[in-house]
Structures are given as C-alpha cells and as structure tokens.
Design a protein around this ligand. Sequence first.
Ligand SMILES: Cc1ncc(COP(=O)(O)O)c(C=O)c1O
Length: 372
Amino acid sequence: MNASPTPAITFELHPSEHREPDEVRARLLESPGFGQVFTDHMISLRWSADRGWHDGKLEPYGPMVLDPATAVLHYSQEIFEGLKAYRQEGGPIVAFRPYANAARFRRSALRMAMPELPEDAFVQAIELLVSHDRDWVPSNAEQSLYLRPFMIATTAALGVGRPASSYAFLVIASPSGSVFAGSGLRAVSVWLAEGYTRAAPGGTGEAKTGGNYAAAFLGQQQALDNGCDQVVWLDAVKHSWVEEMGGMNLFFVYGSGKDARIMTPALTGSLLPGITRDSLLTLAPDLGIPASEGAISVDQWRSGCESGEITEVFACGTAAVITPVGQVKGASESWKIGDGEPGPVAMRLREQLLGIQFGRLPDPHGWVHKIA
Ligand SMILES: Cc1ncc(COP(=O)(O)O)c(C=O)c1O
C-alpha cells in the first residue's frame, strides 16, 4: 500500500527540555538489563491515505494518547524491528546492518497490509535518534543501545472490512545488556513446543509482527514452568521439524575441529529471516566453517546428539547475539547437547561477530554503519 507521490520525508527537531541529568543516566547505564530503560527522545512519523508520510518529529520520549477504538489495540495491525547501535573502541557509534532491518520492515509491512516506509527514511530516523541520544550508548563491554522501530495502525474504527487508513511509525531506544540476565555465557536449556504452534504455512511467521509473539507467550511460559529458558517452535503441520526459538534462530554444529560445519533451518515462510542468521551464513565460511540451510527433525536432533554427530547447538539474534544451547526437554524426553556447556564453534563465531560490531575486527562485508 503506497500513497500517491510521496514528498521527501523529514523530521522536525523538538528536543527534550527535561533530559535525564548526567548522574541519573550514569546510574541507569551501570546495569540497564534488557529493554527496561529508555532514552530521552523518540521519533514519530505519521501516514495517512491522503497525505502519505508526514509530520516526522524527534520529540521527548513519553506516553502516547490513543483512542480506545484505535485499530492496533483490537486487530494487532503492528510491525516492529530490533537492531543495535554500538560504541566502538575509540569513540565512533555504529549501527549493524540497518538497511537489512529496513528491508525486513518493508516486507513485514507488505504482509500486514501496511504502508511501506522507504528504507532511507527508516535509517535516517535511526541516525537522528542515536545522534541525539548518543550519551545513552553504553561504553561497558557487550552493552549497546537497542533500537526498536515499530509501526501501528492508528485509525479509530472497529470495522474489519479493510486495513486501517492511518498509521504511526515510531522509534524508541533502550540501553541494554544481555537478554539472558545474569547468565554470562552459560548454555541455555530449551523446551520443545509440541502442543502449540507459533506460525503456520501462509501465515505471518516470517513477518516481524506482534501477533506472532502474543501467540508464543503460552509456549514460552510452558518452557519456564518446565525449568527451561526458551521455547523451540516446531513446524505447524507435523510438529516434528525444528523451526526457531521465541526470539532467535537456531544453528546446529556437525563435527568438530577443522571438520566442523553449521546448518540452520531453511526459511520456510513460518520463521523469521534473522539478520544475525544471515550474517553467520556469510561469516562462518569466512572462518573456514561451511554453512548451509536445511531441515532437521526433533528425532534427528536427539539421535545426532546421541551419536555425537551433532556437537553443538546455538541460538542467534540481535538481542541474544550467539547463545549456546546445552539441554533440550520435551513432554516425553530430554537430552544434553555435547557436554551441555558452550562449545568452541559458537564461541568463535560469537567473538567474530562481536569483534566486527564493536570495531575490534575488520568489517569485510561493510555491515557496520557509522552514525555521524
Ligand atoms: C522470532 C525471532 N526469530 C529470530 C530472531 C533473530 O532475528 P535478528 O537476528 O534479525 O535479530 C528474532 C529477533 O528479532 C525473532 O524475534
């Protein structure tokens, strides 16, 4: 859905007069957790069928007023993204592959019958917010500024005869540490979601839309109730093929040493095409580790671990970076992966990815985007 001739998208500056004082910000940055602390500003931009994109602003972070009939509150017409800005050694602040997020945001918009935001405007909004709130980009090791662009349907009407006719795009930012609080680099345990489905063929699984996450919370709660950190989603038809985790993609390591190779479930349409996943499919071969997309069933996962063919499994995503998986549990079985501890392939890829993001290693693929 595109508006007729779109004028250039610009953002007016309305900086906050009540920024957090330096000492408050410093205290919040000491241990920010994940997604709990927010910066001084946000970006907002409106879309309507008659005006296209308009009313772009950088403004103070704060609550939004919504009519109770606003479409997003009833029908979940919503999409979002997640990416990070890093403070590199020596000072520059960079975002990691923001154009890849911008492209996925467009694809999510198409799937949810929402207007497509031009990729340059998406990146411009991020640059503007990060440059105004640059003091909020942590300098502690492995912390970063998590950016959350999102779009919601704002039409106040209850009819479901057509998609909404007005939308708001916003970007908020949250200085963040590890998503697995306090875990350091322990391997996580995962629960097989055998009784629920996250996404089905032809559904919205490959779009980054809130409804997918709403549908996943019960499975995630079941994982927690069974003593696991995260849920693993299986295919909707047979509940036997491994798809992804609640907020991360999965990789399987076969063999070890110089014979190690990695495989990740192919993009079937019902899992999210992760940008970390895509980056690792390129990075691993750079390090001499062959990488492929394929399919693995729960039975193959278990028997591969029992035979020693599968030596490691790890999850990957913007928030989680690379997180080793040590233990799998289901309703009727459970097994350990390797010795249940973080493995060398996961750790090597993790160091490589973080090295590029934090500027400690060269960036041969031009993934790092400097913010002026
Ligand atoms: C369901 C799901 N899968 C995978 C990922 C990993 O994607 P990315 O690497 O782009 O963060 C995420 C996180 O955004 C996610 O929410």
